[in-house]
Structures are given as structure tokens and as C-alpha cells.
Ligand binder design. Structure first.
Ligand code: BGC
Length: 729
């Protein structure tokens, strides 16, 4: 459709049709997920059956046939035959699940991330999805927040890079079997007070701009045409009605031309926040902020007419939003082909194909993080006769992750199945030992007896793998936790099994960094599988028995205790920094310390071991003076000093020693993943320019400072391997 035709269409629409374009409801509002007879749930959001006939969009329409049927019947009945845009949450796979985003981020791998998103987009497109509500690029620094599982973790550079990679994967060149992308949740949704989902956010504008906003901008620059304001308020103002951020920054400073869709029911929640008195007020506020579409509440349809009559909103505001929605439908080619790539036969061939499972497997292997491996306990030898597989995740299929879209547990490979397939002749002694439940109802003596039984079974075996952690639905939306350690039954199990079997290795599952202090000192090896997706059990088997070598690096800091959160490597120094952050409080009075615990984390951002060892050479610079139009190249050698070929994500950090405001102790600027054979050495270089050193200064200007910097190259954010340079202006 040409622009002229689009404008013509817009001019022909009745007000009711326009308001319909600005509303999205669940596909289940239409009978049996397909067809037009209203089933009645629309009344729950105040709408009438006839309103459904004019909807602009549906979410969660599942399956190519359903999408085609709904679209066909909908368009036949629509006065101007405008197609619905079908949106869905394709977050870590459509049906073939790859690891949760927080895990995939540990692969530090733009290409792998892009490939995974492309596979998901292809599966979803064939099933009739037009736009995914992804990527989620909220910076997460508080492990209590359940939705950190959906993010790329704590770091701005990693989030920018991987968020953009996801968008490229989803959107591609807009060609066959791609979907559009809606970046979310704008913004700072990952910083709720006390780590509680949906809770209010308090951030300085500097931190917002420096740390939280760049990820969204990068995703938009990479080709996301949609954005979703977040549920939270910032500085007391609900984001769905935050004109400064949505209008001045997003549309003004960034020049965003795409469409904004509210989060689920978020228009109405402005009232629940206490920031609007009536539903009519609720319909007005986001309209002035350029939030075009209302998801799952009916205030736009119900109140816009009156608001127009009273002059509280303008026809121009309505038209601007409708135009954006029509433009996005047009950009996806929906006017020419309303079914887009929906094709049940092609979907049946492609979805869960061997190639897709192979990719999900590779992603799961590269996402796992070897947190600890004293004395090279892992990998286990393949010729063991008897393996004890203990713990609630030993045979559990609920390890694919919270946002599984249409993925199902039955199609997920458990650890037991993965090991059985790899080592069919090994005897496996299987014992769950306890349930994974968070809230325990079993008496402690029963838990202890069961744990002792499991420990005794483990004693019979040549090797012991303890599979513990967090169930997939204990992280994700609404799933914040005040305690991030193992639930009580698993704590008792770990205590019994590990104290009886000191050579037992731990296979840890979960959707967030966890407080593992209860069992970490009792074991020599911990491999964090996160929630690894469909092929999780196969990946675990390959990693445990050395067919794959761990290379994941933490995308989020592991605290020693929940009392340390929020905790992240890129913190500022204080006026009273502790001299040795690894020593618990007493030696350093009147410093920024804890009396009862070191301030350092258990495992730093970027940490992750391998089955080999790497030796880093010193950082050298091609010059130690950076000019405004020049660049500096920092180089270090990395050598594989062990016996297996392995990958290493080499990390490049910069420290700005003096700014006009306090600066972070280190900031990740770049990373490169390399593969090294035993004995092999590579030279790894990173380039830094003046623009890479800019930050939001005391006057909130985005500038760099002349002066001293450190350039670090190392295996994690703890590295002290650096060379100094000076920026001259
Ligand atoms: C979530 C969004 C999601 C939407 C639609 C909301 O509850 O916050 O992330 O895209 O539902 O499913």
C-alpha cells in the first residue's frame, strides 16, 4: 500500500474503527481461538461483542490454522477489511526452546544469539505470529527479581549487543519467515524497589541514561519497530503515562517513528497506581504520551469519544496513533498478505526439526557456566559403571524456562534422558531425594530421612551428580523471591549428599543468580545449567562427560547472600571504599563494609571456568595517548595452557579514573569469543575511541573527560590486567 492509499484509508475510517485499531485483546476473546462470535470475556474489560469486530490486534493466537481462520473471518467482517496484527511472546524460542535469555547471554556470543532468535522467528512466523514481544532489554542487578531470567543481565554493553542481535535475528531483512520486534519494557523495569516485580523504580536520570536506556535504543536502531512501556512507575510517574520519557526522550531525542503498545492492562493500572482518578482520565494520559495501542483494557474504546468532545484529547492524537498502527501493518505487508507466512504444513516440517534442536543444544552447551571445579572433578570419565543421579532435577523436564511460548515439558530432554542416551551401558541410580517445591510442607525428620537415603544410594556409585536448584516457574513474571537460596528440602538434601560424598558434583538449575552459600563449600564442582531449554538434558550430559567444554561467563553477578543485592561489577567507588573487599568487616572500621561478610560477590560478572586453563599476557597499547579523532588499540595474548580445545570470551573493560561525577570502577566495552587448541596462543585486540569514553556528566551532558584511563583485558570483571592511557583534548 502506498502512503497515499494509507492516508486515504485513514480518512475513511469511522471513529469506532480508529479506536478499534488502537486496541489489542487476547485471541481467546474470539470463539475457540478462531472465528468472530464473541465468547463474552470482552465484558471483563468493559467491551461489547461488536467492539471485537473492529480490533486492531490480538495476542496469543496459537497455530497457523487458527491464525488464518481468525484473520479471514475477521477481515470479511471488518468494514474496511483491515487485517489484525498478531503478536505473541516469543522470548527464548517458539516451540524449540533455547536457554532463557539470561543464560544465553552467558555465551557472550552475538552470532549465536542472532541465530537462536532467527530460528524462533522462523518457527513463530510459520505459525502465524507477526510480531514478537521481544527482546526484553531491562538491565537486571537484583537477583530477587524473577524477570531477570528474561534479560541479558546486569551489563549495558552486553545488553546492547545481544538485544540488537536478537532484533536482527527476529526481523532479519523483513523477508520470508521473519517477525517484527517489540522491545520491552521501556524503561528500567529491571530496577524495582526490593526486587519485587511491578514495584516502583527510583533512579537518577544519570543512571537511567547511562545504564538503562542504551539497551532499548540499540534494539530500536537494530530494527525493532515497536516498543512497550513498562508497568512500573519511575520517580512516582507510571511509565504508561510518562510523557518525559515516552515523548521527549523516545520520540524527541531518539526520533522513534514506530508504534508503542502498552503492557497488559497497563492503561487501567495508571488508576491502580493512584495516578488517575477515573477510567476516563486513564484513557487520556497515555494518548498525550504517544502510547498508540492499549493492550487488554478497553479504556480507549470506552472513553475517547467523550474525551474528544470535551477537548481533552485531539483527533490529531488519535490519527497519529492510528497512522502508526496502519504503517506498521503495512511495513509487514499485511494489506497484501494478511496471513503473512502462516503455513501449517511448512510449520510441521520446520518446528522442532533436527537442525533446530541442534542449535538449541549448542546454545545450551555454550550458556552453561562452570562456577567451580576444584581439582578438575569435572568432566567425569565416561567409563564409570554406576552413576548416582540425585536430586529433584535429575529426571525433571521442567527445565526449559518460564517463557516457553508453546514449548512443552514433554518435549524437553531431562538430565536422566540425556545421560542415558550418551552412556546407555552405565547403570544409573536415580533418586529425587525431595521435591523442588519452594514452600515446604513436609516435616523435617521426613526430609532428613529421605536425604539420608539418597546419600546412601549415592555412596554405592562410582560418580555422583546432584541436580538441584530452582524450578522453571519460580522465576519469570510475577515470580520474585525474597530468599534466593535453595528451598529447605533441597538444602537438607545437599547437606546430606555432599557431606557423605565429597566428590559429588552439583548440576545447578535456575533462572537467576542464587545464594549457594549453603552447599558451595561442600562441593568441588558446580556447573550452572540455568534453564537450558528443550535440549537441556543432552547439553548437561555432554558437558558433564566432556563431549562439550563449558565456556559460559556470568551475565549477572552471583552474590554471597541476598543481603548484598543489588550487586554488580560496574559500581562506583565510595568516599570510603573498603581496602580489601574479600575480608569481612572487622579489619576496616568506618568503611563501606558489612560487619558479617565480605563486600565482594561469590562469583563476579564475567566469571566462568573451562576444562582447560587460559593464560593472559599483559595488556599492550599501540600508543598511550588518545586524541579526539584517533583511536587506541589494546592487545593481549591468550594461551590455552591445558589439554582440551576450548572457547574463551575475552573481555575488554575501561576505567575512567576521574570524572566530573563518580565513575564506575570498570565498564565492559567489548568482548571477543575465541577458540584455542591445547598450547595455542592468540593475540586479541580491542579498539577504543573518544566516543566510547563518553558519559552523562555533572550537567547531564554526554561528554568525555580529558585525563587518565585504564584499559583491561581479562577473563572476567575481576581482572587487574591493564595498561594506562590518557585522553588528550
Ligand atoms: C508482560 C509482557 C508480555 C505481555 C503479553 C505482560 O504481562 O509483562 O512482557 O509481553 O504480558 O503477554
Amino acid at each position: 500500500m502506498t502512503n497515499e492509499q494509507l492516508e486515504q484509508l485513514l480518512s475513511e475510517l469511522s471513529l469506532e474503527e480508529k479506536l478499534g485499531q488502537l486496541t489489542q485483546c487476547e485471541a481467546s476473546f474470539f470463539i475457540e481461538n478462531a472465528g468472530l462470535a464473541a465468547t463474552g470475556p470482552e465484558s471483563a474489560i468493559g467491551l461489547k461483542p461488536e467492539d471485537l469486530k473492529l480490533m486492531g490486534s490480538v495476542l496469543n493466537c496459537v497455530g497457523a490454522e487458527n491464525c488464518i481462520k481468525l484473520q479471514r473471518e475477521f477481515m470479511e467482517n471488518h468494514p474496511h477489511h483491515i487485517p489484525l496484527i498478531m503478536m505473541d511472546d516469543v522470548i527464548h524460542g517458539y516451540r524449540t526452546q533455547y536457554p532463557i535469555p539470561l543464560a544465553l547471554a552467558c555465551a557472550f556470543d552475538d552470532e549465536l544469539t542472532e541465530e537462536c532468535a532467527r530460528m524462533a522467528s522462523h518457527e513463530a512466523a510459520l505459525e502465524g505470529v507477526h510480531v514478537t514481544f521481544a527482546p526484553m532489554v531491562d538491565i537486571s542487578r537484583d537477583a530477587r527479581w524473577g524477570r531477570c531470567m528474561e534479560s541479558c543481565g546486569e551489563d549495558t554493553t552486553l545488553t546492547k549487543r545481544l538485544g540488537a542481535a536478537m532484533v536482527r535475528g527476529f526481523v532479519g531483512d523483513g523477508g520470508e519467515n521473519t517477525v517484527g520486534s517489540c522491545v520491552k519494557h521501556f524503561c528500567a523495569y529491571g530496577a524495582p524497589e526490593a526486587g519485587r516485580d511491578y514495584n516502583n523504580v527510583e533512579l537518577s536520570e544519570r543512571t537511567l541514561r547511562q545504564t538503562y536506556l542504551p539497551g532499548y535504543k540499540a534494539a530500536l536502531d537494530a530494527g525493532a519497530h515497536w516498543i512497550m512501556p513498562s508497568f512500573n512507575s519511575i520517580g512516582h510517574l507510571p511509565m504508561t503515562g510518562n510523557s518525559y520519557i515516552l515523548k521527549d526522550i523516545l520520540r524527541g531525542e531518539w526520533g522513534f517513528k514506530g508504534a508503542a503498545i502498552s503492557d497488559y492492562n497497563a492503561f487501567r493500572e495508571i488508576q491502580w497506581h493512584g495516578a488517575a482518578e477515573t477510567m476516563k482520565d486513564v484513557a487520556e494520559i497515555p494518548r498525550h504520551c504517544g502510547v498508540d495501542m492499549e493492550m487488554m483494557s478497553g479504556t480507549t474504546i470506552l472513553h475517547s469519544k467523550e474525551l474528544l468532545a470535551e477537548g481533552r484529547i485531539t483527533m490529531e492524537e488519535i490519527d497519529t496513533s492510528v497512522r502508526r498502527i496502519l504503517q506498521e501493518k503495512n511495513a509487514l505487508g499485511l494489506f497484501e498478505n494478511p496471513f503473512r507466512f502462516a503455513n501449517a504444513d511448512a510449520a510441521a516440517d520446520y518446528i522442532m526439526s533436527d537442525a533446530n534442536k541442534a542449535l538449541a543444544l549448542r546454545a545450551a552447551e555454550e550458556s552453561a557456566v562452570l562456577l567451580k571445579n576444584d581439582g578438575a572433578l569435572l568432566p567425569f570419565k565416561k567409563d564409570i559403571k554406576k552413576l548416582a543421579l540425585i536430586g529433584p532435577f535429575a529426571a525433571e523436564k521442567g527445565i526449559k524456562g518460564f517463557w516457553s511460548c508453546v514449548g512443552v515439558d514433554e518435549e524437553t530432554v531431562s538430565v536422566y534422558e540425556g545421560i542415558k542416551a550418551l552412556l546407555p551401558d552405565t547403570e544409573i541410580l536415580l533418586d529425587a531425594g525431595c521435591s523442588y517445591d519452594l514452600l515446604n510442607t513436609t516435616p523435617i525428620d521426613v526430609l532428613t530421612a529421605n536425604a539420608k537415603k539418597a546419600a546412601a544410594i549415592a555412596k554405592e556409585a562410582d560418580a555422583v551428580l546432584l541436580c538441584i536448584g530452582e524450578y522453571q516457574n519460580y522465576s519469570g513474571e510475577g515470580n520474585s523471591r525474597a530468599e534466593i537460596r535453595l528451598p529447605l528440602p533441597q538444602r537438607i538434601l545437599a547437606q546430606e549428599v555432599l557431606s557423605e560424598n565429597p566428590d559429588a558434583a552439583v548440576l545447578l538449575f535456575g533462572g537467576r543468580p542464587q545464594d549457594i552459600s549453603d552447599f558451595e563449600p561442600l562441593t568441588r564442582a558446580i556447573l550452572y545449567m540455568w534453564q537450558p531449554g528443550t535440549m537441556g538434558g543432552t547439553a548437561a550430559a555432554h558437558l558433564v562427560f566432556g563431549d562439550a567444554v563449558p565456556c559460559g561467563k556470568l551475565s549477572m553477578t552471583f552474590p554471597r547472600s541476598v543481603g548484598q543485592v543489588p550487586i554488580y561489577y560496574a559500581h562506583q567507588t565510595t568516599g570510603r571504599a573498603i581496602k580489601d573487599p574479600d575480608i569481612p568487616g572487622m579489619p576496616h572500621p568506618f568503611t563501606s563494609r558489612y560487619m558479617d561478610m565480605p563486600v565482594s560477590p561469590l562469583y563476579a560478572f564475567g566469571h566462568g571456568l573451562s576444562y582447560t586453563t587460559f593464560e593472559y599476557g599483559p595488556v599492550t597499547l599501540n600508543t598511550d595517548t588518545l586524541t579526539e579523532d584517533g583511536s587506541i588499540t589494546a592487545t593481549a595474548t591468550v594461551k590455552n595452557t591445558g589439554n582440551v580445545t576450548a572457547k574463551e570470551s575475552v573481555q575488554f573493560y575501561v576505567r575512567d579514573l576521574i570524572g566530573s561525577v563518580a565513575r564506575p570502577v570498570k565498564e565492559l566495552k567489548d568482548f571477543k569469543k575465541i577458540t584455542l587448541a591445547p598450547g595455542e596462543e592468540k593475540t586479541v585486540s580491542f579498539t577504543v575511541k573518544e566516543e566510547d569514553l563518553r558519559y552523562w556528566d555533572k550537567d547531564l551532558q554526554y561528554v568525555s573527560d580529558a585525563g587518565a584511563f585504564h584499559a583491561f583485558i581479562g577473563p572476567d570483571s575481576d581482572t587487574q590486567n591493564y595498561a594506562g592511557f590518557v585522553l588528550k583534548k
